[in-house]
Write a protein that binds this ligand. Sequence first.
Ligand SMILES: [Fe+2]
Length: 185
Amino acid sequence: MSWAHARLPHDKRITMTYSLERLAGEIKQTLKADPGVSGKQKICDLVAEVLKDKAFVAKHLCARAPGADPREILYEDEELGFCICGHVYDGEAVGKPHDHGSSWAIYGQAEGETSMTDWETVEPGGPDRPALVEPSRTYLMRPGDVQLYDVGAVHSPHREKPVKLLRIEGQNLDKIQRSNIQRKK
Ligand SMILES: [Fe+2]
């Protein structure tokens, strides 16, 4: 802690604030330097920092109008294709086991809680049959938690109450075909 920082009351301390442009620039720089798993983990660290910025969360993850799409693309990079998205759900949001096709995604929990289950593929799919999956672990994502779902990572979110998420997608997931996946019975 610096001398100046120590003498300021808590609410007067100067904190780093994020802009969308800064976050996009840092993600782009990171992916250009390292498009592999370690680069994506660095983006998880960036997202974790941004989630601490209450002004950023308040500005970009605001409540949706009744009936509006919970998903908003805040930024889409023309060159690399990655997206920064806000997902704001005002009630229960439960997803089936899925991956993100050829893309990866990073989920950052801004508000509320998500019970996330990871799934293991036990029978690979084919052109006319789904891949069969079984649950491998379930964990709670709380505000500030960030998780990478790399290409092919199967997961399912369970959210019973309102949540706000900051999500980074390798490619705009609106345009990506998801894999054919089913829970093994
Ligand atoms: Fe997902």
